[in-house]
Design a protein around this ligand. Structure first.
Ligand code: G3H
Ligand code: ZN
Length: 297
């Protein structure tokens, strides 16, 4: 048995490797439904930008399951004639079983998030996953330390990553490494000031490989740029797209456009259109900031 995923999907290995070498970061965008997937793919194609579409375990449950997601994403890749590199990625996979199920269903990239486990168990599981992932040409992301806050039931204390662990993880064959560097999932609280660049520098010196910045929503631009300079090659964004969608939808509703029955303002294709547009605009703004905008060959 070898590659399972659909021809048009690619794994994330080459994308993040090129980003690491070229000092930019690939945008990883969490999706929730058809609007999210379609907006990201359209914006990626229009801007010639390689991208990663990701689903948390919570989003997989919400959308019905893996077959629905794999079918929807592959259908859009064909129907919209998408030619830029796109990876379909499991975000914060909590078990090897889930990571393997995603690979079998047609994902081209998976994260095994063993940050809730003792480190020895975390790396043992990463190594076990690598055999299966390599056999199917799927890229793997692992995590050390943890990301603060909560995302879809995944809670972290925000422990900083350990350079010795980063060095050891880099020998397992993973394509990218996530680490706690003072980053937090969700909206950054008032008291939060900065990423720990010292930690990032030490981790990068130890592993010299593409690193992943989780909690990518709402980090000031100068910090994003500095993080990329220091080895961040993939930035995960979820909350920022949700806020952009919320704001645009709120404007539509507050203008009472949904109540205009004559104009059929209640039609979901109209009601969701401003949010859809906001998702595309946010994709463009963020990918320009990350430097991956227009980087598809
Ligand atoms: O794994 C996904 C992310 O880390 C997204 O974090 O919701 O803070 O953008 P965010
Ligand atoms: Zn995350």
């Amino acid at each position: 048995m070898s590659k399972i995923y659909h021809n048009k999907l690619v794994n994330a290995r080459e994308m993040v490797k090129a980003a690491h070498e070229g000092k930019y970061a690939i945008g990883h965008f969490n999706i929730n439904n058809l609007e999210w997937a379609k907006a990201i793919l359209e914006a990626a194609q229009e801007s010639n930008t390689p991208t990663i579409i990701a689903t948390s375990e919570g989003a997989i449950k919400y959308m019905g399951g893996l077959k629905t997601i794999v079918g929807m994403v592959n259908g859009l890749l064909d129907d919209l004639n998408i030619t830029v590199p796109v990876a379909l990625h499991l975000d914060h996979g909590q078990s090897l079983e889930m990571a393997k199920k995603c690979i079998e269903a047609g994902y081209s990239s998976v994260m095994f998030d063993g940050s809730h486990l003792p480190y020895e168990e975390n790396i043992a599981k990463v190594k076990e996953l690598m055999d299966f992932a390599n056999e199917h040409e799927v890229s793997v992301e692992a995590e050390i330390g943890s990301i603060g806050g909560e995302e879809d039931g995944v809670v972290g204390e925000g422990e900083l990553g350990d350079p010795n662990q980063a060095a050891e993880m880099s020998t397992t064959g993973i394509s990218m490494l996530a680490a706690g560097i003072g980053n937090i999932h969700g909206k950054y609280p008032e008291w939060w000031k900065t990423l720990s660049f010292e930690t990032l520098q030490d981790l990068q010196a130890a592993c010299n490989m593409p690193m992943v910045l989780h909690g990518g929503s709402g980090i000031p631009q100068d910090q994003v740029k500095k993080a990329i300079e220091l080895g961040i090659s993939k930035i995960n964004v979820n909350t920022e797209l949700q806020l952009a969608f919320r704001d645009a939808t709120r404007t539509y509703v507050e203008a009472k456009k949904d109540l205009d029955d004559e104009a059929k303002g209640f039609d979901p294709r109209k009601l969701l259109a401003p949010g859809f547009k906001a998702l595309k605009n946010t994709f463009v703004e963020l990918t320009q900031m990350f430097g991956c905008y227009g980087k598809a060959k």
